[in-house]
Design a protein around this ligand. Structure first.
Ligand code: AP5
Ligand code: MG
Ligand code: ZN
Length: 214
């Protein structure tokens, strides 16, 4: 089962990808999480990525594509995976398809979690991310049972640097300009499925499992 999650920043791609990964026991591969781990560890890649991320811009394809293609060749990806936040540009999607085609493989589903821009800003300002394990919460919609520390690992929860309202506006503009064209790209491959991401997160998940098991 090979799945691409599409959707605006804050649509709930990460939330749903984690649920799918745990139900179907496939790896959840988030380029955003990989970049944030590199920033935290002070790597060269992290330093470069941070310059773009803090401005709400995309990290250049040259720094992104090979990283993901390498990750997909690891053993745990043999039975499938969920890509969250990649591809995000047409050239990334084409590079991914080319790498899959070399192995005689193809993507099975592209799931678009559809949420209008109006809902996004409030979701982002309420999001809290764990500095330890990357778990994601929302102060209203999905609070940690342990208050301001992570339920899973006990580390501190923070507001992401790029979740400030002005940066979120920029990310939304970049999404519409560079990432939304992927909806047509995957419609053209007849693998696009759209779910209403404004529903409760468990209802969104139910809609996704229905698609995957149809
Ligand atoms: P990335 O980390 O991928 O950020 P994003 O796409 O902007 O998406 P988010 O992680 O912000 O949102 P999400 O859809 O995962 O929502 P979540 O589940 O957390 O990328 C960050 C940056 O890295 C990019 O801006 C770019 O610079 C760079 N980057 C990454 N990949 C790249 C690539 N391929 N190429 C180039 N650059 C790249 O949910 C959001 C909040 O809402 C949470 O608080 C959650 O609890 C809550 N929530 C979720 N679902 C619901 C629901 N149904 N109802 C109510 N609340 C909900
Ligand atoms: Mg995410
Ligand atoms: Zn944690």
């Amino acid at each position: 089962m090979k799945i691409v999650m599409l959707g605006a920043p804050g649509a709930g791609k990460g939330t749903q990808a984690k649920m799918i990964a745990s139900k179907y026991q496939v790896p959840h591969i988030s380029t955003g999480d990989i970049f944030r781990a590199n920033i935290k560890n002070g790597t060269e890649l992290g330093k470069k990525a941070k310059e773009y991320m803090d401005q709400g811009l995309l990290v250049p394809d040259e720094l992104t594509v090979d990283l993901v293609i390498d990750r997909l060749s690891q053993d745990d990806c043999k039975k499938g995976y969920i890509l969250d936040g990649f591809p995000r540009t047409i050239p990334q999607a084409e590079a991914l398809d080319a790498a899959l085609a070399k192995r005689g493989e193809k993507m099975d589903f592209a799931i678009d979690v559809d949420v209008p821009d109006e809902n996004i800003i409030s979701r982002m300002s309420g999001r809290r991310a764990c500095t330890g394990c990357g778990a994601t919460y929302h102060i209203v919609y999905n609070p940690s049972k342990k208050g301001d520390v992570c339920e899973v690992c006990g580390e501190t929860l923070i507001l992401r640097d790029d979740d400030k309202p002005e940066t979120v506006q920029k990310r939304l503009a970049v999404y519409h300009d560079q990432t939304q064209p992927l909806i047509d790209y995957y419609t053209g491959q007849s693998i696009l499925k759209t779910v209403d991401g404004t529903q409760d997160m468990n209802d969104v998940f139910a809609a996704i499992t229905e698609i995957l098991e149809a």
